[in-house]
Design a protein around this ligand. Structure first.
Ligand code: URQ
Ligand code: ZN
Ligand code: ZN
Length: 479
């Protein structure tokens, strides 16, 4: 299969240049001016458009079993919807319950993902600790290409990891050369506030943000950062939603600590007023954690992206339909947490980021694709339009417009948190693994065409503890 993308401007995270792109057998073979295509090659006319690395969404939960139900979007429909929006790879999550085998859960999720139609990888959550977890983390890094381990500091009595688990897992990740990631909310505080609000008779979705104040995120972000600092392991905070957490990241980064932050497209543009919508279904559709925040947090998060203190954008695509959200009627703590967005992330960020002048095109590429590829060690195979890279490419029409709606989106969910938003800038073509899967509104996914992407470990980073301990060795003390 060969494909020539002709007449466009190639935009990578480091620079933009007028160039054609030639693809053969799923790999980019040439990038340059006036490329010729062999007879029989497919040709895309990219005149007046941008040719960018396919989006990487580093945070999705396809068909996640959670809060007594299962997310409505599965690995096939979710990766298809992703490609309709220009995203060509997702990093999803294996989430073992307390006491459950990491390897068994990993195999289960690998089975679910076989139907994916775009490439995928997995962060693995560490929700409990014993010697088998220690061992399985080693197997996952050394044999399965997992280089990131997730920690939920929220969701008490479910998947929450206490500090002891965080400490043990962070040390093990350092040893293995893996990144640790965290959902930073103080789960005990949230649990107590949920109880108090229910006792006060505030049981609707309007209670959700009240039970998860910014301070609950700021405290947990700082705790995760400080643990990582002492242990010396690199830390990636997922769905940073508040100025509180962002300020903790900025402090640590200014001190030279390896801390990275992710922001969701939703947290940049949707605010907490949605929880006061009179219609339960609308308010409940927006229940996700951390919750959508007051507008001043959005301003801070945009500045976090512009300043480089937040490195990636994601969606936390975890869909539940109205009948599932209704499980929490009369008790907001039972509303399954999660919202969609995998199809809209790039158009929303282009419209409100690039068109508004907040982000350059190159910064758009960095924050929707390249930085995630670098942080999770799959660059330049992913995250670049460059010779030798996978042919995951989006041809972007900056003049195309649409109004986002659940009526027309490809996501398998009956609500869209960006409902009614007019966007300018859309993918005219998406190329995944060298195949054109989205062509001017025509989505052609192939079930099972997606591949599992192994992510190599990083060189083990010599931790702060080891440095301090080294100083205590007799020979060091003698000096
Ligand atoms: O917390 C997460 O990231 C998962 C459980 C999705 N749900 C959510 O509300 N963010
Ligand atoms: Zn989370
Ligand atoms: Zn999540």
């Amino acid at each position: 299969m060969s494909l020539l993308i002709r007449g466009g401007t190639v935009v990578n995270a480091d620079r933009s240049v007028r160039a054609d792109v030639y693809v053969e057998d799923g790999t980019i073979k040439a990038v340059g001016e006036n490329l010729e295509a062999p007879s029989g090659a497919e040709v895309i006319d990219a005149g007046g458009q941008y040719v960018m690395p396919g989006g990487i969404d580093p945070h999705t939960h396809m068909q996640l079993p959670f809060m007594g139900t299962v997310a409505s979007e599965d690995f096939f429909t979710g990766t298809a919807a992703a490609m309709a929006g220009g995203t060509t790879m997702i990093i999803d999550f294996v989430i073992p319950g307390h006491g459950e085998s990491l390897m068994d859960n990993y195999r289960t999720w690998r089975g679910w993902a076989e139907k994916a139609c775009a490439d995928y990888s997995f962060h693995v959550a560490v929700t409990w600790w014993d010697e088998t977890v220690h061992k399985d983390m080693g197997t996952l890094v050394r044999e399965e290409g997992v280089n990131s381990f997730k920690h939920f500091m929220a969701y008490k009595n479910a998947i929450m990891a206490e500090d002891e688990v965080l400490y043990n897992s962070f040390c093990r990740a350092l040893e293995l050369g893996a990144m640790v990631t965290a959902h930073a909310e103080n789960g005990e505080l949230v649990f107590q506030l949920q109880k108090k609000l229910m006792e006060m008779g505030i049981t609707g979705p309007e209670a959700h943000p009240l039970s998860r104040p910014p301070a609950a995120e700021g405290e947990a972000a700082n705790r995760a950062i400080r643990l990582a600092e002492v242990i010396g392991v690199p830390l990636y905070l997922v769905h940073v939603s508040t100025e509180d957490a962002l300020n903790e990241i900025i402090r640590a980064r200014n001190a030279g600590q390896r801390v990275y932050g992710e922001v969701l497209a939703g947290h940049l543009l949707v605010d907490e007023s949605v929880y006061r919508h009179p219609d339960f279904d609308v308010a409940a559709a927006h229940v996700m954690s951390p919750p959508f925040r007051e507008k001043h947090h959005q301003k801070a998060l945009w500045k976090g992206l512009q300043s480089g203190n937040l490195q990636t954008t994601a969606t936390d695509h975890c869909c539940f339909c109205a009948d599932q959200k209704a499980m929490g009627k009369g008790d907001f703590t039972k509303i399954p947490n999660g919202t969609g967005g995998v199809e809209d992330r790039m158009a929303v960020l282009w419209t409100h980021g690039v068109n508004s002048g907040k982000l350059t095109m190159e910064e758009f590429v960095a924050t929707t694709s390249t930085n995630a590829a670098k942080l999770f060690n799959i660059f330049p195979r992913k995250g670049a339009v460059a010779v030798g890279a996978d042919a995951d490419i989006v041809v972007w029409d900056p003049a195309a417009t649409k109004t986002i709606s659940a009526k027309t989106h490809h996501q398998k969910v009956d609500y869209n948190i960006f409902e009614g938003m007019e966007v300018t800038g859309l993918p005219s073509h998406t190329v995944a693994g060298g195949i054109v899967t989205w062509r001017m509104g025509d989505l052609r996914p192939t079930m099972g065409a997606g591949r599992y992407v192994k992510r190599p470990a990083f060189a083990p980073v010599f931790g702060a503890l080891e440095k301090a301990a080294a100083l205590l060795r007799p020979e060091a003390v003698k000096r």
